[in-house]
Design a protein around this ligand. Sequence first.
Ligand SMILES: Nc1ncnc2c1ncn2[C@@H]1O[C@H](COP(=O)(O)OP(=O)(O)O)[C@@H](O)[C@H]1O
Ligand SMILES: [Mg+2]
Length: 335
Amino acid sequence: MSDAVVLEGIDKRFPRTEGFKDILTFWRRPYLQALSGVTLNVPKGRTLGIVGPNGAGKTTLLKILAGLILPDSGRIEFAGIDVTNHPERIRERLMYVYGEERSLSWRLTARQNLKFWAALFDVPHKQVDSSVEEVLDIVSLTDVADERVMKYSTGMRHRVIIARGLLANPEILLLDEPTRSLDPVTARKLWLFIKDVLVEKLGTTLLIATHNMEEAAYLCTDVAVLRAGTVKAFAPVNEMARFFDKGRRCVISVDRVPEELVARLRSAPGILEVSVIPPNGHATGSLDMLVNDPDINIPPVIEQLVAAGSRVSQVVPVQASLGDIVVRLSEEPFN
Ligand SMILES: Nc1ncnc2c1ncn2[C@@H]1O[C@H](COP(=O)(O)OP(=O)(O)O)[C@@H](O)[C@H]1O
Ligand SMILES: [Mg+2]
């Protein structure tokens, strides 16, 4: 499948200005490396999650793609065309959507807001009305389109922002933390909308910056983990487990967790982490363990539990979640 976006060796640094003195001594100002050598590609129609903690460089990367800021070096290709020095060539085919409600005019209705933006986006005059109606319909706001935006809920305003992003009928949407200020129910509705409408129906290629792992796991086909401006991992979401090279998780269900045994397990060879959920009146307890090799490390644990008078009812291997993997990659010492 052909690539919608290719990024090669993108570097970006910002002058670090922490105080008045830095402004006065601008010629020897220290720099902050926001991105170093970022290389990624996104095949057409796929959804790439750009994940990582705050300050990792996610927004900077999306802004560079959107042509809002220029990289210091590196190459950007869009559908096979080199646009590194000509971001204007892709402006109509790519849209940067950020969840900034204040960028809407609250005194205007959703329909008026969208007409205003359609004019700014150079949607041909004759098409403005039909384009606006189409995007209102896509985000299911037709019925309330004549209400002022100030009366809308946060979730509805987010849908107006997405509708605005769709006005120019872009092939690529860049979403920057699309559910950041939404409650979990509204966030889920937006995820469904993104998956069913944007991806399935419209075939849009998506790049989503997020630090919400549930969101990334639900929406993305591919994931890039950014840490301090470098790509720590980049793979299809179902292959991310290979970056979790440190141990395997197992959950052992028991009716009794002897405390002295837990202390001994924690210092046993091959056992990396042990967390305990003690049994209560209703449920059995469990030992959640991260071990080097379950085949070798788990049988002695079960023997010791039985010897201590506990009854083991289940041993379940657990796949590392995307969150486990990202946390592990973010905790690794810098090299
Ligand atoms: N315009 C700017 N001027 C100076 N530093 C910036 C600017 N924009 C971003 N940064 C810095 O670059 C780093 C990456 O920021 P950002 O891309 O916003 O991260 P994220 O979106 O992952 O939270 C941060 O340390 C941030 O403070
Ligand atoms: Mg950001």
